[in-house]
Structure formats: structure tokens, C-alpha cells
Design a protein around this ligand. Structure first.
Ligand SMILES: Cc1cc2nc3c(=O)[nH]c(=O)nc-3n(C[C@H](O)[C@H](O)[C@H](O)COP(=O)(O)O)c2cc1C
Length: 335
């Protein structure tokens, strides 16, 4: 089918977030202070939080952990790229017991929720991690990482296809009462099918997306510039790809979608909200400016106070599932 001149101007067919700026918003079972969160792996375990305006943080996802401590990938682990970076940290982390002992008590005193990014090499490992974190004060939810590009076993291998993605989600769901968010990989032929499978397996929300697999070579040595050979590409370079994928996910499911990928300012965040996301996460931008999240939130507040709203649009039938049409009236969402 040929697109009409000027492109297809039909409504996007998804409902925006309409965050209530008067107070916190509920997204996938988690009460966010604002719709802008810190993305996993870019804020450690939160000890960097004093460097930024913590009042702006909607919430934080901690660095990905496994059951046991892990050493991660060999250096070099980071390479700068045009408008972004490649990383291959390899999920270095202290393991779940250290998180429960050293970090969760700290998180319990903070005014924003912290979700733990879960990783495993088997479905059982994810499930065991979920069980260990269930009921731990300071842990407000789980972000199930089936999308890490930097490990040889597990990670994004679970996120390629609907069946393993659903198996991990269902196993985690069965072992915890905490909200379960699932973080999707762009490395799949049909992200909508993976998203639906996770929703049907009990996910409360979906995060779209993790980094894209990339590679950089040193032309002098002929060797890969990362110790792991390949890495995850993040930052503004991936934003249009991420907005598209987040939009596809938002069209495919009823549960909320959290948009991730290359957000540096309020306008970037608005793109994801317009694409149908209920909240966003910011990662790489905080390496450039530790206060990037504060600036995104301040910019969104300004835009919203000036009357900007992510458009509430009627479903077009393009998405498999339809949602109630919402509209904004006097700053309130009406259905
Ligand atoms: C250094 C670094 C470490 C990361 N570690 C994790 C991780 O442990 N778990 C995870 O799910 N995503 C991890 N990510 C991916 C980010 O959370 C995010 O999905 C991705 O970087 C895209 O967002 P951005 O362009 O805003 O950075 C990491 C990203 C970077 C740059």
C-alpha cells in the first residue's frame, strides 16, 4: 500500500500517560513520584543519587543482579560512539544477599521507589531471585531483564521469542507479590508478540527497550574495541528505533509501557509519552549530566503547565487490542 502524500497522519492509536502532576502516579503497581525514572545500570545501586536532584526522580531501577556475585566482562567496557555509547559491563554485581543487606534498608528510607533488575541463566534462577526479594522492605518492584546483550547465557536469549519470555515472566510472577515489570530486547523479530506473551504470563508493565547489540573495531589493531567484543548501544543514536518499538509494544498490550532509549530532554520524553508510554527511564544521558533527569522533569512540568498534553487518541484498529478512549478535560483524565 502506498502511503498518502505527506505520510500517514492517522492517529497513533494509543493512549498517552496523562500524568497527574499534582501527585505521584501509579504505573504497573508501582507508585512513581514523577514519570521519569533512572534506568538500570546507569545509577548503580543509588549511591550516586545525592549527585542529582532526587526530588525529580520518579523512581530508580538498580543495576542488574544475579543470585550470586559476578565479576562481569573484561575491560575495556565502554566505547563512545556518534550520539551514544557501547557498553559491555556484563552484569557485574554483588548478588542478591548483598542487595538485601546493604542497599534495600537504604532504599526503604528514600521518597521514591526502587525496582531491582533481575537476571538469571535459567528460568529457575529468575524465580529464586524473585522469591528472595519478595517482602524485602525497600524493594518496590522487580524489573525482569530478559534483554541484556552482554552475557553468554540467559539475558536477551530469553527475550528473543514469546515462549521463553513468557516462561521467565510466569516463573517470577508465581514466586512474588511484588509488581513485575519485564524489560524487552529490541533483538527480536516481533516485539509485539513477545510483549503479549509477557502480559499473558502475568507482567504488570513492560519496559521498552534495552540497548541494541553493536560492535566497534580498532582499525589499527583490527580488534574489537570492547573486551566482550560486542556491546549494547544506547544514547540518542537509538531513540527513533526505541520510540518505534515502544509504540509497537504500547499498541499490542493493555498493561503500561515504560519507554527507554536515548532520552536527553523533555521533548525526547514527550515522544515516548506520545507513542503510548506511561512513564520513561533515562540512562546514558545521566553520564553526560548527572542532573539530566531533573532537567527532563522540569521541562515536562513546564510543558504540562503550559497546557501541553500527550494526545489522547482514538484507537485506529491498527493495534491488536483496543483500549478505552481517554480524553483530558480540565487536567483530569475522563474515559
Ligand atoms: C553502562 C550501562 C549499563 C547498563 N546496565 C543495565 C543492566 O544492568 N540492566 C538492564 O536492564 N539494562 C542495563 N542498561 C540498559 C539501560 O537501562 C537502557 O535500557 C539503555 O541504556 C537505553 O537507554 P538510554 O539510551 O537512556 O541509556 C545499561 C546501560 C548502560 C549504558
Amino acid at each position: 500500500m502506498t502511503a498518502p502524500p505527506g505520510g500517514d497522519r492517522r492517529p497513533l492509536g494509543v493512549v498517552g500517560p496523562a500524568p497527574d502532576w499534582g501527585g505521584p502516579l501509579e504505573v504497573g503497581g508501582v507508585r512513581l513520584a514523577t514519570p521519569v525514572m533512572a534506568a538500570s545500570g546507569t545509577f548503580g545501586f543509588g549511591t550516586e543519587v545525592p549527585l542529582c536532584d532526587r526530588r525529580a526522580l520518579g523512581g530508580m531501577v538498580c543495576k542488574g543482579i544475579f543470585l550470586e556475585p559476578r565479576g562481569g566482562a573484561p575491560p575495556p567496557r565502554i566505547v563512545e560512539t556518534p550520539s551514544g555509547m557501547l557498553n559491555a559491563i556484563g552484569l557485574q554485581g554483588p548478588g542478591v544477599e548483598a542487595v538485601i543487606r546493604d542497599y534495600a534498608p537504604l532504599w526503604a528510607t528514600w521518597p521514591f521507589p526502587v525496582l531491582v533488575n533481575l537476571n538469571g541463566e535459567t528460568v529457575e534462577e529468575y524465580a529464586e531471585l524473585a522469591a528472595r526479594l519478595d517482602g524485602v522492605p525497600g524493594v518496590s518492584g522487580l524489573e525482569v531483564n530478559i534483554s541484556c546483550p552482554n552475557v553468554h547465557r540467559g539475558g536477551m536469549l530469553f527475550g528473543h521469542d514469546p515462549e521463553p519470555a513468557a516462561a521467565v515472566t510466569a516463573a517470577v510472577r508465581a514466586r512474588t507479590r511484588l509488581p513485575v515489570w519485564v524489560k524487552l530486547t529490541p533483538a527480536t523479530g516481533d516485539i509485539a508478540a513477545v510483549a503479549r506473551a509477557c502480559e499473558e504470563a502475568g507482567a504488570d508493565a513492560l519496559c521498552a527497550v534495552n540497548a541494541f547489540v553493536g560492535m566497534a573495531l580498532d582499525v589499527r589493531t583490527g580488534q574489537p574495541r570492547l573486551g566482550f567484543r560486542t556491546g549494547g548501544l544506547s544514547g540518542p543514536a537509538i531513540r527513533p528505533l526505541a520510540v518505534y518499538l515502544a509504540h509497537r509494544v504500547a499498541q499490542a498490550v493493555r498493561i503500561p509501557v515504560i519507554g527507554i532509549g536515548g532520552i536527553t530532554c523533555a521533548e525526547d520524553a514527550m515522544e515516548f509519552l506520545l507513542a503510548g508510554c506511561r512513564a520513561v527511564q533515562v540512562g546514558t544521558a545521566t553520564f553526560v549530566d548527572p542532573n539530566a533527569i531533573g532537567k527532563v522533569v522540569a521541562g515536562l512540568r513546564r510543558r504540562f503547565s503550559e497546557g501541553a498534553r500527550p494526545a489522547a487518541e482514538a484507537p485506529t484498529g491498527g493495534g491488536r487490542r483496543r483500549r478505552p478512549v481517554r480524553a483530558i478535560a480540565g487536567g483530569r483524565v475522563v474515559e
